[in-house]
Structures are given as C-alpha cells and as structure tokens.
Ligand binder design. Structure first.
Ligand code: AMP
Ligand code: MG
Length: 410
C-alpha cells in the first residue's frame, strides 16, 4: 500500500481491518456481559423445564377420565391434593381422581393432562370437568425448552437481554467475553482549552476528546482520555508515547498539511509504518493510519464533524472486530431511503451528509442537514444517519439513496 495514494473509504476500511486482531477473552459477571460478545460456548446444565409442570392454574387429571366431558355431561372427579408451585406432589392420580394444581407446580404421577380452572366447577372435595381437552394439554414437558448437555450459546454471540436471561437460567454466573479495546484519546492544538477552563482570545474549547470518548462508549470501546497536547513536537511525541499503552490510539488534529501539523512528523520519527493518510471522502479527508510499536494509530482530523465521521467510518469497524462482533456488524448498518430534498456532489470524493432519518408509513425517509460544514457541531443533533453520495452524483427529492444508520429512527 502506498501511503501517498488517496484511498477510497472501502479500501481504507479494509486496510485498517487488516491490521486489527480480535482481542483476548476476559471473564465478567453475567450482567456485565450485556452488549459484549461471547468468547466461549455455553452448555445447558439442567433440562428446562426441569420437570413436567402445569402451564395453568387448574386440575391435574387422567385424560382417560374426561374424554366425554362437556358442560352438559361433566366428568366428576375426587380432589386428592393441592399442589402449589414449589411443592412436590405426594399423591399419584388414580382413576376418577384429580389434584388442584397451580402454574409451575410439578405434575403428579398418573396425571397426563391439566384442565384450566375456568373449565371446571369445584364443590367441596369434588370437581366437575366441563370440557374434554386434548391429552397432554397445559403441561409443559421437561426439557422442551433446553436439554441438559446441549450447546445453547456459541462463541461470537452478542449478549442482549435475551442471552443474559438464558445465561441466568443455565446458572452461568461468570462468562468469558472478548475484551473491549481500550482507546487512548488525544486532542492536539495550541488553540485548545479543556472544557472546564475559560477560553481566552483565539482559543476554543476542546470538545473532540469528550465526543470521541462518547463514541468509544457508544460503540463498545473503553476510552482513556489524555490531556490535550500543544502543537509542539516534543509535547506531541510524549503524548503519543503515552497513548501507545492502549489497544488503539486516536488523536484529533494536526494531520493535515498545516505548518503546525506535527502528528505525522512525530509518527515518522517514532518509526511508524504509515498505511495511509488521506481518504477520498468528505468530511474527513485527512486521516493518518499507522502502526506504531504494534499499536494501530488513527490520526483523525481536528474539525469536530470530520473526527466524528472518521471515527464512525474507520475506528468503529476496528473496535467491533477487536471486540469479537460478527463481520456484518463492523461497519455502520446501511439501508435505502427516499430523499426529502435534493442533494449534489460536484466533487471527486464520496460525501457523507448528515441527515435525519424517519419512517413515514412503510418508507424510510432522509432529510439532509442544511449546513454540512465540518465545524458545525450543532448539526450532529438530530442526525441519526448519513446520506452516502458518490462523486458527481446528483439526486432529486424522491430519489432513493443509500444511507448509513447511526442512531434510533423514529
Ligand atoms: P486541525 O486538524 O488541527 O488543523 O484542526 C482543524 C480545525 O478543528 C481547527 O479549526 C481546530 O481549531 C479544530 N479543532 C481541532 N481540535 C479540536 C478539538 N479537540 N475540539 C474542537 N475543535 C478542534
Ligand atoms: Mg490543529
């Protein structure tokens, strides 16, 4: 790969992913597995349900006793026991007998069917069965959900609440998941003050560090926020070296061709292997991707929107790969949407236009933000997607375009 050639976003993403390995596993408690990817297979330890039990409040009976039952000619049975959930039945059901049973209680020996209480009439120690159910009705069979010894979850599965429910049911209190990458975040620029400081003349608030940290959290990484560094070679070198203690390093600013853009210079001096430094996209053309002392280093542009865009297009896939997600979930999800306004790309680079995606009946609609300037932080509000426009592509309202989905769609 020649670093001087401007790569397409796809080539750049592939080049990044070539240099990212899946991280090792760690053991976490069951709840902490939420949102993480399993690094182990999970087996069922005990049949579920663990025993035949009742799906209804009603009567456990022998089907042979009620085959002719109806409201006109009820089957009359003798009640021999009451079985609440958690109780072990003491009496087997013989011909002409029934036990009152609650939902979840074990079905007594001899019974093969449960009649819901609504279909019965109880008088003293006798119950009238008012309808003939199928044999086995309202009984949950042992093992019909999960069988002891069978694999129920596999390596590579993302744990949502449903998976956590299954892990709890199979008594997996700790589970092995892939580590989340730790990402060092470093903003560079003489003009930056931290968010709690009062900006002087010519200074601006460093919002990229927090924005990139929030992106890390939202996409499955652990941010390590470093103090921002001045545009000074030795300050940047020291900051880059401390960033290399993480799994990935991400910096913002200092990667374009300005006189004070020292990041690339420092990377060269540290013997970095530079993979590429420009991508044919807007926003986000300057992007230095290097391997420094074995650590993938993303030198993102300083403009807030550009750094966010570059993170989503390139760092997010790296995060997802490292954290063990299936390949289809590395890049942002894409869909087709109908434009609500016209859009134009007169340039030579792919454009990602911030847009509001919404549903209208059965259609996905996309309305692009009016101001697409890469310094327009407020345009990130209400943007839950990007319209993808190829070079020289012109689309009218009503046309169908590709969109990337970055937030919830209402
Ligand atoms: P640079 O890539 O360093 O040339 O920065 C491009 C633009 O982004 C400049 O207007 C910077 O002031 C701005 N910028 C750089 N870093 C940050 C930051 N951490 N927070 C907010 N704006 C920034
Ligand atoms: Mg700068």
């Amino acid at each position: 790969m020649t670093p001087d050639r401007m790569l397409t976003p796809e080539e750049a993403r592939a080049a990044v992913l070539d240099h990212v390995e899946i991280l090792g596993p760690e053991r976490v408690s069951l709840l902490e597995a939420t949102g993480r990817v399993l690094a182990q297979d999970v087996l069922v330890r005990r049949d579920n349900p663990p025993y035949d039990n009742s799906a209804m409040d009603g009567y456990a009976i022998r089907h042979a006793d009620i085959t002719q039952a109806s409201s006109e000619t009820p089957a009359v049975l003798e009640i021999v026991e009451e079985i609440p959930a958690g109780k072990i039945p003491e009496r087997a059901i013989g011909p002409g007998q029934a036990s009152r049973i609650m939902t979840g209680a074990p079905v007594p020996a001899g019974a093969d069917t449960v009649i819901a209480v609504e279909d019965t009439k109880t008088t003293g120690s006798q119950v009238e069965i008012l309808c003939a159910e199928e044999r086995g009705e309202h009984i949950r069979q042992r093992g019909e959900d999960m069988r002891a010894g069978e694999p129920i979850l596999n390596v590579g599965t993302e744990c949502g609440p449903g998976e956590v429910a299954v892990l709890a049911a199979v008594q997996q209190s700790f589970v092995s998941v892939y580590r989340r990458p730790r990402i060092a975040i470093l903003s560079t620029g003489d003009e930056l003050v931290e968010i709690e400081e009062t900006p002087g003349e010519g200074q601006i608030v460093n919002n990229n560090t927090c924005a990139l940290a929030a992106l890390c959290i939202a996409h499955g990484a652990e941010p390590v926020m470093l103090p921002s560094a001045k545009d000074d070679e030795s300050a940047i070198r020291a900051a880059v070296l401390s960033a290399l203690r993480a799994d990935f390093a991400v910096s913002s600013g200092g990667v374009s061709v300005g006189e004070y853009d020292f990041v690339k210079k420092v990377l060269d001096e540290l013997g970095a292997t530079n993979i590429f430094w420009r991508v044919a996209m807007k926003p986000g053309k300057p992007l230095a991707f290097s391997i420094v002392e074995g650590v993938p280093y993303f030198g993102l542009p300083g403009n807030p929107v550009s750094s966010l865009m570059s993170f989503l297009q390139f760092v997010r896939p790296a995060v997802r790969k490292a954290a063990g997600y299936p390949e289809a979930e590395w890049p942002l999800p894409e869909a087709r949407a109908q434009l609500e306004n016209s859009v134009h790309n007169d340039g030579e680079r792919r454009q990602y236009l911030r847009a509001t995606l919404s549903y209208s009946e059965d259609r996905l609609l996309a309305r692009t933000a009016e101001n697409q300037g890469s310094h327009m932080i407020s345009s990130m509000l209400n943007s839950n997607g990007f319209v993808v426009l190829e070079p020289n592509q012109h689309m009218a309202a009503g046309d169908i375009v590709t969109v990337q989905i970055v937030g919830r769609i209402f």
